[in-house]
Design a binder for this molecule. Structure first.
Ligand code: DGL
Length: 301
Protein backbone atom coordinates (compact mmCIF):
# COMPACT_ATOMS: atom_id res chain seq x y z
CA UNK A 1 0.00 0.00 0.00
CA UNK A 2 1.23 3.47 -0.88
CA UNK A 3 2.06 5.84 1.97
CA UNK A 4 1.49 9.62 1.91
CA UNK A 5 3.01 12.06 -0.54
CA UNK A 6 6.43 13.69 -0.13
CA UNK A 7 6.97 16.95 -1.99
CA UNK A 8 10.58 17.66 -2.95
CA UNK A 9 11.40 21.14 -4.21
CA UNK A 10 14.48 21.60 -6.42
CA UNK A 11 15.88 24.64 -8.12
CA UNK A 12 18.53 25.78 -10.56
CA UNK A 13 19.14 28.69 -12.92
CA UNK A 14 18.04 26.54 -15.87
CA UNK A 15 18.03 22.96 -17.15
CA UNK A 16 21.11 21.94 -15.10
CA UNK A 17 19.12 20.84 -12.07
CA UNK A 18 17.34 18.28 -14.24
CA UNK A 19 20.55 16.23 -13.96
CA UNK A 20 19.79 16.10 -10.22
CA UNK A 21 16.08 15.45 -10.71
CA UNK A 22 16.81 12.44 -12.96
CA UNK A 23 19.07 10.91 -10.29
CA UNK A 24 16.43 11.44 -7.60
CA UNK A 25 13.68 10.03 -9.81
CA UNK A 26 15.58 6.88 -10.61
CA UNK A 27 16.67 6.51 -6.99
CA UNK A 28 13.11 6.68 -5.64
CA UNK A 29 11.68 4.60 -8.49
CA UNK A 30 14.02 1.73 -7.64
CA UNK A 31 14.28 2.04 -3.88
CA UNK A 32 11.28 -0.15 -3.40
CA UNK A 33 9.29 2.03 -1.03
CA UNK A 34 5.59 2.34 -1.72
CA UNK A 35 5.40 6.10 -1.73
CA UNK A 36 4.15 9.02 -3.77
CA UNK A 37 6.74 11.65 -4.69
CA UNK A 38 5.89 15.06 -6.05
CA UNK A 39 8.84 16.93 -7.55
CA UNK A 40 8.53 20.69 -7.86
CA UNK A 41 11.29 22.02 -10.10
CA UNK A 42 12.08 25.69 -10.57
CA UNK A 43 14.38 26.84 -13.39
CA UNK A 44 15.12 30.56 -13.05
CA UNK A 45 15.94 30.92 -16.75
CA UNK A 46 15.04 34.63 -16.89
CA UNK A 47 18.08 35.33 -14.67
CA UNK A 48 20.45 32.67 -16.01
CA UNK A 49 23.42 32.34 -15.73
CA UNK A 50 23.97 32.43 -11.98
CA UNK A 51 27.65 31.49 -12.31
CA UNK A 52 29.11 35.00 -12.55
CA UNK A 53 26.83 36.67 -10.04
CA UNK A 54 27.81 38.16 -6.69
CA UNK A 55 27.12 36.36 -3.47
CA UNK A 56 24.60 39.06 -2.42
CA UNK A 57 22.57 38.56 -5.63
CA UNK A 58 22.59 34.79 -5.21
CA UNK A 59 21.54 35.08 -1.55
CA UNK A 60 18.53 37.20 -2.52
CA UNK A 61 17.53 34.79 -5.33
CA UNK A 62 17.87 31.85 -2.94
CA UNK A 63 15.66 33.54 -0.33
CA UNK A 64 13.02 34.19 -2.99
CA UNK A 65 13.08 30.65 -4.33
CA UNK A 66 13.10 28.93 -0.94
CA UNK A 67 10.09 31.03 0.11
CA UNK A 68 8.28 30.25 -3.16
CA UNK A 69 8.95 26.49 -2.98
CA UNK A 70 7.79 26.45 0.65
CA UNK A 71 4.54 28.19 -0.33
CA UNK A 72 4.04 25.49 -2.99
CA UNK A 73 4.23 22.83 -0.28
CA UNK A 74 7.84 21.56 -0.42
CA UNK A 75 8.61 19.18 2.46
CA UNK A 76 12.31 19.16 1.53
CA UNK A 77 14.42 21.40 -0.68
CA UNK A 78 17.35 20.27 -2.82
CA UNK A 79 19.73 22.98 -4.04
CA UNK A 80 20.20 21.57 -7.54
CA UNK A 81 22.47 24.51 -8.34
CA UNK A 82 25.99 24.35 -6.93
CA UNK A 83 26.60 28.07 -7.38
CA UNK A 84 23.64 28.73 -5.07
CA UNK A 85 24.86 26.13 -2.58
CA UNK A 86 28.44 27.44 -2.69
CA UNK A 87 27.37 31.02 -2.01
CA UNK A 88 24.13 30.70 -0.07
CA UNK A 89 23.69 27.29 1.58
CA UNK A 90 23.44 28.83 5.05
CA UNK A 91 21.08 31.52 3.73
CA UNK A 92 18.79 28.76 2.41
CA UNK A 93 18.92 26.88 5.72
CA UNK A 94 18.16 30.04 7.70
CA UNK A 95 15.22 30.91 5.43
CA UNK A 96 13.72 27.43 5.19
CA UNK A 97 11.42 25.75 7.67
CA UNK A 98 12.01 22.38 5.95
CA UNK A 99 15.31 20.47 5.51
CA UNK A 100 17.64 21.78 2.78
CA UNK A 101 20.11 19.51 0.95
CA UNK A 102 23.06 20.42 -1.26
CA UNK A 103 25.42 18.35 -3.39
CA UNK A 104 28.77 19.71 -2.25
CA UNK A 105 29.11 18.03 1.15
CA UNK A 106 27.92 14.56 0.01
CA UNK A 107 30.33 14.79 -2.93
CA UNK A 108 33.27 15.57 -0.66
CA UNK A 109 32.30 12.84 1.80
CA UNK A 110 31.66 10.00 -0.68
CA UNK A 111 34.54 10.86 -2.99
CA UNK A 112 37.18 11.01 -0.28
CA UNK A 113 35.86 7.77 1.21
CA UNK A 114 36.07 6.02 -2.16
CA UNK A 115 39.55 7.30 -3.03
CA UNK A 116 42.58 5.52 -1.63
CA UNK A 117 45.78 7.38 -0.72
CA UNK A 118 47.04 10.56 -2.34
CA UNK A 119 44.76 11.75 -5.12
CA UNK A 120 44.47 14.76 -7.33
CA UNK A 121 40.86 15.84 -7.87
CA UNK A 122 39.83 18.25 -10.61
CA UNK A 123 36.66 20.29 -10.11
CA UNK A 124 34.97 21.95 -13.07
CA UNK A 125 32.47 24.59 -11.94
CA UNK A 126 31.16 28.10 -12.53
CA UNK A 127 33.47 31.05 -11.83
CA UNK A 128 31.52 32.00 -8.68
CA UNK A 129 31.72 28.44 -7.28
CA UNK A 130 35.45 28.26 -8.02
CA UNK A 131 36.03 31.65 -6.40
CA UNK A 132 34.22 30.47 -3.25
CA UNK A 133 36.45 27.33 -3.10
CA UNK A 134 33.40 25.52 -1.71
CA UNK A 135 34.43 22.13 -3.14
CA UNK A 136 38.10 22.41 -2.04
CA UNK A 137 37.08 23.42 1.47
CA UNK A 138 34.50 20.61 1.76
CA UNK A 139 36.97 18.00 0.44
CA UNK A 140 39.68 19.18 2.86
CA UNK A 141 37.24 18.67 5.75
CA UNK A 142 37.18 14.96 4.96
CA UNK A 143 40.72 14.34 3.74
CA UNK A 144 44.10 16.04 3.81
CA UNK A 145 45.47 13.53 1.29
CA UNK A 146 43.68 15.05 -1.67
CA UNK A 147 44.93 17.88 -3.80
CA UNK A 148 42.11 19.82 -5.47
CA UNK A 149 42.39 21.82 -8.70
CA UNK A 150 39.33 23.97 -9.41
CA UNK A 151 38.73 25.31 -12.92
CA UNK A 152 36.03 27.84 -13.86
CA UNK A 153 34.26 27.00 -17.13
CA UNK A 154 32.08 30.01 -17.96
CA UNK A 155 31.02 28.85 -21.46
CA UNK A 156 29.59 25.46 -20.54
CA UNK A 157 26.26 26.57 -19.07
CA UNK A 158 25.37 28.47 -22.27
CA UNK A 159 26.35 25.44 -24.35
CA UNK A 160 24.01 23.15 -22.41
CA UNK A 161 21.16 25.67 -22.38
CA UNK A 162 21.43 26.06 -26.16
CA UNK A 163 21.36 22.28 -26.63
CA UNK A 164 24.73 22.26 -28.46
CA UNK A 165 25.98 19.26 -26.51
CA UNK A 166 27.60 17.37 -29.37
CA UNK A 167 28.69 20.15 -31.73
CA UNK A 168 32.26 20.59 -33.05
CA UNK A 169 32.41 23.99 -31.34
CA UNK A 170 31.55 22.36 -28.01
CA UNK A 171 34.24 19.73 -28.53
CA UNK A 172 36.78 22.53 -29.06
CA UNK A 173 35.73 24.27 -25.83
CA UNK A 174 35.80 21.00 -23.89
CA UNK A 175 39.27 20.13 -25.30
CA UNK A 176 40.64 23.30 -23.70
CA UNK A 177 39.45 22.12 -20.25
CA UNK A 178 40.44 18.50 -20.90
CA UNK A 179 44.02 19.55 -21.62
CA UNK A 180 44.15 21.72 -18.47
CA UNK A 181 42.94 18.73 -16.44
CA UNK A 182 45.41 16.40 -18.10
CA UNK A 183 48.28 18.81 -17.55
CA UNK A 184 47.32 19.05 -13.87
CA UNK A 185 47.48 15.23 -13.69
CA UNK A 186 44.09 14.71 -12.08
CA UNK A 187 42.77 11.23 -11.24
CA UNK A 188 39.10 12.24 -11.11
CA UNK A 189 37.00 15.19 -12.23
CA UNK A 190 33.98 16.47 -10.29
CA UNK A 191 31.32 17.93 -12.56
CA UNK A 192 30.77 20.76 -10.10
CA UNK A 193 27.97 22.58 -11.90
CA UNK A 194 24.72 20.71 -12.41
CA UNK A 195 24.68 21.58 -16.11
CA UNK A 196 27.93 19.69 -16.74
CA UNK A 197 26.75 16.06 -16.34
CA UNK A 198 24.95 16.62 -19.66
CA UNK A 199 28.43 17.06 -21.22
CA UNK A 200 29.90 13.96 -19.55
CA UNK A 201 29.90 11.92 -22.80
CA UNK A 202 31.88 14.33 -24.99
CA UNK A 203 34.16 15.34 -22.09
CA UNK A 204 35.13 11.80 -21.09
CA UNK A 205 36.00 11.04 -24.73
CA UNK A 206 38.65 13.78 -24.50
CA UNK A 207 40.22 12.65 -21.22
CA UNK A 208 42.65 9.78 -20.56
CA UNK A 209 40.68 6.60 -19.84
CA UNK A 210 41.87 6.32 -16.20
CA UNK A 211 40.31 9.71 -15.30
CA UNK A 212 36.97 9.18 -13.61
CA UNK A 213 34.12 11.68 -14.05
CA UNK A 214 32.03 12.27 -10.94
CA UNK A 215 28.40 13.44 -11.01
CA UNK A 216 27.71 14.92 -7.54
CA UNK A 217 23.98 14.11 -7.83
CA UNK A 218 24.82 10.40 -8.17
CA UNK A 219 26.84 10.64 -4.94
CA UNK A 220 24.13 12.63 -3.17
CA UNK A 221 21.48 9.98 -3.79
CA UNK A 222 23.86 7.40 -2.36
CA UNK A 223 23.46 9.11 1.01
CA UNK A 224 19.75 8.37 0.68
CA UNK A 225 20.31 4.73 -0.30
CA UNK A 226 20.24 3.13 3.10
CA UNK A 227 17.07 1.12 2.40
CA UNK A 228 17.78 -0.81 -0.81
CA UNK A 229 15.55 -3.85 -0.90
CA UNK A 230 15.91 -7.13 -2.78
CA UNK A 231 15.00 -7.29 -6.48
CA UNK A 232 11.93 -9.39 -5.66
CA UNK A 233 10.71 -6.85 -3.14
CA UNK A 234 11.46 -4.06 -5.60
CA UNK A 235 9.31 -5.67 -8.29
CA UNK A 236 6.60 -6.20 -5.75
CA UNK A 237 6.46 -2.57 -4.63
CA UNK A 238 7.54 -0.74 -7.82
CA UNK A 239 3.89 -0.57 -8.87
CA UNK A 240 3.18 1.45 -5.76
CA UNK A 241 5.82 4.13 -6.36
CA UNK A 242 4.21 7.17 -7.89
CA UNK A 243 6.26 10.07 -9.28
CA UNK A 244 4.67 13.38 -10.26
CA UNK A 245 6.58 16.32 -11.69
CA UNK A 246 5.75 20.00 -11.98
CA UNK A 247 8.30 22.20 -13.70
CA UNK A 248 8.19 26.00 -13.40
CA UNK A 249 10.37 28.44 -15.33
CA UNK A 250 10.78 32.20 -15.23
CA UNK A 251 11.87 32.49 -18.89
CA UNK A 252 10.35 31.24 -22.17
CA UNK A 253 8.67 27.84 -21.78
CA UNK A 254 9.44 26.59 -25.29
CA UNK A 255 13.20 27.25 -25.00
CA UNK A 256 13.34 25.33 -21.72
CA UNK A 257 11.33 22.45 -23.18
CA UNK A 258 13.68 22.17 -26.18
CA UNK A 259 16.94 22.18 -24.19
CA UNK A 260 15.50 19.88 -21.52
CA UNK A 261 14.48 17.34 -24.14
CA UNK A 262 17.96 17.40 -25.72
CA UNK A 263 19.63 16.97 -22.31
CA UNK A 264 17.34 14.23 -21.00
CA UNK A 265 16.61 12.48 -24.29
CA UNK A 266 12.89 12.79 -23.49
CA UNK A 267 10.30 15.45 -22.74
CA UNK A 268 10.78 16.72 -19.17
CA UNK A 269 7.08 16.84 -18.13
CA UNK A 270 4.54 19.64 -17.86
CA UNK A 271 6.11 23.11 -17.77
CA UNK A 272 4.42 26.15 -16.24
CA UNK A 273 5.46 29.80 -16.41
CA UNK A 274 5.98 32.00 -13.37
CA UNK A 275 7.39 35.51 -13.10
CA UNK A 276 10.30 36.95 -11.16
CA UNK A 277 7.70 39.12 -9.41
CA UNK A 278 6.05 35.91 -8.10
CA UNK A 279 9.39 34.91 -6.55
CA UNK A 280 10.05 38.37 -5.14
CA UNK A 281 6.56 38.51 -3.62
CA UNK A 282 7.15 35.16 -1.87
CA UNK A 283 10.35 36.52 -0.28
CA UNK A 284 8.71 39.76 0.82
CA UNK A 285 5.84 37.82 2.37
CA UNK A 286 8.25 35.47 4.18
CA UNK A 287 10.35 38.36 5.47
CA UNK A 288 7.23 40.14 6.76
CA UNK A 289 5.99 36.97 8.44
CA UNK A 290 9.38 36.59 10.17
CA UNK A 291 9.48 40.18 11.46
CA UNK A 292 9.38 40.32 15.25
CA UNK A 293 5.80 41.02 16.38
CA UNK A 294 5.53 44.58 17.71
CA UNK A 295 4.91 44.80 21.42
CA UNK A 296 1.43 46.29 21.67
CA UNK A 297 0.77 45.35 25.30
CA UNK A 298 1.33 48.93 26.46
CA UNK A 299 -1.23 50.25 24.00
CA UNK A 300 -3.91 48.02 25.49
CA UNK A 301 -3.43 48.97 29.14
N1 DGL B 1 23.73 24.85 -12.68
C1 DGL B 1 24.21 25.82 -11.77
C2 DGL B 1 25.36 25.31 -10.94
O1 DGL B 1 25.31 24.16 -10.57
C3 DGL B 1 24.28 27.25 -12.24
C4 DGL B 1 24.86 27.53 -13.57
C5 DGL B 1 24.75 28.99 -13.98
O2 DGL B 1 23.63 29.48 -14.09
O3 DGL B 1 25.80 29.63 -14.17
O4 DGL B 1 26.27 25.99 -10.60
Amino acid sequence: MRQGQITIGLFDSGVGGLSVLRQLESHFATRGEAQSYRFLYLGDTARLPYGNRSSQEIKTFVEEIVAWLSNKGADQIVMACNTSAALAYSTACAQSKVPVYDLIKPTAEHLTRALQGKQKIGVLATNSTVKSQAFSKAIKEFSNDCEVVEIGCPELVGIVESGQINSEETKKTLSKYASQLEKAGVDSVVLGCTHYPFLAGPLSALLPSHVQLVDPAALMVRSLSKNKTSTAALNETARDVEIKKEIYVTGPLADFATSAEICLGQAPGTIYGITIQDLQAARTEALQANLPVADISGALS
